[in-house]
Design a protein around this ligand. Structure first.
Ligand SMILES: [Zn+2]
Ligand SMILES: [Zn+2]
Length: 365
């Protein structure tokens, strides 16, 4: 029987490479060979042992793979495209069980069984439940889509996390043509958001404190950037946003910074009737609380929209978005260093120390 390997978290910031027999593929399931997997910020969060659920776990969730074996009955992807062995696909990284209370409401992104097969302890069959691995097991009911031929691996690898999420977020905020959007944070999600917002015909303002990231935001088409090193106070930043939005404030503010204070800035920056989208801030403990006057939200009739994961069909839209637009934006520059599977511990440490901005794991090099 052939074997594969996974990079598993075995303690806080402690990773081991483990080998297992490839699982038998159940009806409705698909076994993928991993082509490329990005090291996303939430992976660092898990590695630091901060995730509430995921502890002893196979790491990785952002990826592109190719079909290695199809389970009985699987003839198409979740958009009805015929699939066969060797096809490139991306899966949503969580399960949609279709039966829990959230799924019954149609909130697939909130499926209460989302974690049932995601980053499980490595010893637990089918073992290949994370994407920092040679193989990855797609469960029955876990959405996956074929990748358009024209989209390169390095571009498609981020589709099932960051890109799908910002498309979903900006959709929920109903960002319209000609509106202004402030993007807080120019990491991977922020840069995806710039491209998506530009394609929607919006005026895009990006805030960050890292010069290179602001430069990248401009390369992605940001109309204005605000450097936190220059605009050091809430007042100065709000004033700048007002100036750039004809005195009104932004129609939409999108938070992808993971910095709690961004909420304070955001509710000050949106116009009356504006929308604030919270994506990057995922911690819920006391130390992540910030003071905000609720009256500001009331008086502005502001809409606050939280977005965790995305409804799985946004992944299909993300791939279509890339097919149409990838050549017009520097998506291929989003990852700056490649590592093999054995180098996952090093990749995580370097990402933690910010020696690399966005690492990619290429496990079958
Ligand atoms: Zn991610
Ligand atoms: Zn469910």
């Amino acid at each position: 029987m052939s074997k594969g390997k996974v990079a598993a978290l075995v303690g806080p910031k402690k990773v081991e490479i483990k080998e297992f027999n490839l699982p038998e593929v159940q009806p409705g399931a698909v076994l993928l060979k991993v082509r490329r997997s990005n090291l996303c910020g939430s992976e660092l969060h898990i590695w630091r042992w901060h995730h509430p659920v995921i502890k002893h776990a196979v790491l990785g969730h952002e990826m592109i793979g190719e079909i290695f074996e199809l389970g009985e009955g699987v003839t198409t992807d979740y958009a009805g495209n015929p699939v066969s062995v060797g096809d490139k696909v991306v899966p949503a990284y969580y399960l949609t069980c279709l039966k829990c209370r959230s799924c019954l409401r149609g909130d697939f992104n909130l499926c209460q069984n989302a974690y049932a097969f995601w980053s499980q302890p490595p010893e637990k069959p089918p073992h290949f439940t994370g994407t920092f691995a040679t193989h990855y097991y797609v469960q029955p009911n876990q959405y996956f889509y074929k990748v358009p031929d024209s989209v390169p691996d390095a571009v498609a690898a981020g589709a099932n996390c960051g890109l799908s999420q910002v498309i979903c977020g900006l959709d929920l905020a109903e960002l319209r043509n000609g509106e202004s959007v402030v993007i807080q944070g120019a990491g991977g999600l922020g840069l995806y958001a710039v491209a998506v917002a530009k394609e929607k015909g919006a005026k895009v303002i990006v805030i960050d404190k890292v010069k290179e990231r602001l430069e990248q935001a401009k390369a992605f088409g940001a109309d204005y950037v605000i450097d936190l090193n220059e605009f050091t106070t809430l007042e100065s930043r709000s004033r700048e946003v007002q100036k750039l939005t004809e005195g009104d404030g932004a129609d939409v503010v999108l938070e992808v910074a993971g910095v709690p204070e961004a909420l304070i800035d955001g509710v000050h920056m949106i116009r009356p009737g504006g929308r604030y989208i919270s994506i990057g801030n995922v911690n819920v403990s006391k130390e992540f609380e910030v003071p905000v006057a609720p009256g500001l939200i009331t008086r502005k009739c502001a809409k606050i929209i939280g977005v965790v994961r995305y409804n799985p069909w946004y992944l299909y839209r993300a791939l279509k978005f890339l097919e149409r637009n990838h050549a017009r934006y520097p998506f291929d520059k989003l990852t700056d260093k490649e590592y093999g599977l054995e180098e996952v511990p090093e990749a995580l440490q370097k990402a933690e120390n910010r020696v690399v901005t966005r690492a990619a794991i290429v496990p079958n090099k």
